[in-house]
Structure formats: C-alpha cells, structure tokens
Design a protein around this ligand. Structure first.
Ligand SMILES: [Zn+2]
Length: 254
C-alpha cells in the first residue's frame, strides 16, 4: 500500500528531536512522498533543509500563509516571487484566506491570495489552499482565476456537500485529514456522495491528529487512520483508497 501525505509540516520544531525515526515510521506505514507547505520566511530555512535531507521523498512548496499576511505583505510577496523564479517548487502553498483568528489584514489577505494564484498560473504550479471561516470567499477567488489551467487542493476540507461539489466543479481536489475521524465531524456524511477520484490524503502534521491520537502530536504515519476511515465511509478497501488517492496526488504535483 502506497500513500502520499500531501500536506505535512515535518520541518516544525515538534519533530526536531526524532525526524529521521518519524519519517522511517511513515515509510514503513507506506508513505512514499511528503509534501511540505510553506508558511512564511520564519520557517523557510527549516523546510528547505528537510527537503535537502530527503530530496527524493520530501517536496517543498513556496507561498505565504494567510495567517502570516501582515502589514509587510508586499515585502513578503516579493520574496515569494523571487524564490519562485529561482528554483522549482512542488506547489504554491499554502495560500488562501483565514478569517478565523483575525480579520485585521483582510484586504492584504485577498491581495496575497490573488497575486499568488497568478504566479501559480505563470509558473504552471498547483496551488494548495488554506481556508478557514472563508470557504465561500475562497471558492469565488479561485473561480475568478480558473481559466482551465489552475489546479490544486483545498487542504483540510471540512465543509458540506455543496461546497465539495463547487470545488470539484472547479477541477480541484479535497484534502482530507484527521478531522474526518472526529466524533462530531460532518465530513463522513459529506464524503458518502463524493468520489475517491476527487480526494487526496493529508495529515497536516504536527496538527490535527486523527482519533485515537487527539491531543498528541500528529505525524505522517497516522495517515493510515485517515485512509482507514475513508475506506469505512465509502465501503471500499483501504487498498483502493490508497491506490486512487495516491494517483490523484501524483497527477496534481506532476
Ligand atoms: Zn498546513
């Protein structure tokens, strides 16, 4: 069984002590690739160092996370652009809109999102989208730019069937992680009517661990719990979940 963790922050300080053992555990569990979403310049060096350490299995993205969008947005964006021209990244991400914590820089968040989508189109890269308390607004920004060439993932998808279908109609994939296993999640009901061909797996490690690891550090090997739950919800084998979602991920990032 081969799985791909399409979204994991394995360069986070939470893994500093045991990164090699943790990656080995994930590989033993079947994880063949790890996609590392960027946040901002503060963690960029750690991300690139990890990619250098595991060049065949870890793939860095470049982008400015909406929660890192502040008054210095132009400066931060300039760095993203410069970096995208200097080398190949696996995606532009994570980018999007986050109105959960703070709407102070809402205007700047829109500016950063639009601009980074334009660069994704320019550099022919997929986008990895972060959206919190902003799904309708995020979908409409993506729709505005969809000219047939834009592709990517709505990471940590946790909405209803209506939004899922809008995203799929835009040619995008749903990134499904540990929240699917949470007791009050409405995702199982949503996913019942969504095809596996529209889904990719992720952990968002070290955040959002699946049951039975809630309250602990999340890591990539736990992705099997997500695959297991999807298999249960869809009434298919875990092998089928891994085969189709892995093929989807390879297609997006190819
Ligand atoms: Zn993330």
């Amino acid at each position: 069984m081969e799985l791909i963790d399409t979204h994991c922050h394995l360069y986070a300080p939470e893994f500093a002590e045991d990164i090699d053992i943790m990656i080995q555990r994930a590989r033993t569990a079947g994880v063949i690739r790890f996609y590392l979403p960027a946040i901002d310049r503060g963690s960029e060096k750690d991300m690139l160092d990890l990619e250098k350490r595991y060049p065949d299995i870890c793939f860095a993205m470049q982008g400015l996370h909406p929660s890192s969008v502040k008054g210095d947005v132009e400066d931060a964006l300039q760095h993203v652009e410069q970096s995208l021209t200097q080398r190949k990244f696996s995606a532009v991400g994570e980018i999007g809109l986050d109105f959960y914590w703070d709407r102070t820089f809402e205007k700047e968040q829109y500016r950063a999102f639009h601009q980074q989508i334009k660069w994704a189109l320019q550099f022919d890269l997929p986008i990895v989208i972060h959206s919190r308390n902003s799904i309708e607004q995020t979908i409409s920004v993506v729709r505005e730019h969809q000219n047939g060439n834009l592709r990517g993932i709505f990471h940590c998808f946790n909405e209803g069937e209506k939004q899922a279908n809008e995203i799929i109609a835009l040619g995008f994939y749903l990134g499904i992680g540990g929240t699917l296993t949470y007791k009050n999640s409405k995702l199982p009901a949503t996913l019942k009517n969504i095809g596996l061909e529209n889904i990719v797996l992720e952990t968002d490690a070290p955040y959002l661990p699946p049951v039975p690891f809630r309250g602990k550090r999340n890591e990539s090997s736990y992705i099997v719990y997500v695959a297991e739950k999807i298999a249960e919800v869809k009434g298919v084998s875990r092998e089928e979940v891994s085969r189709i979602t892995t093929a989807n991920a390879l297609k997006i990032f190819s």
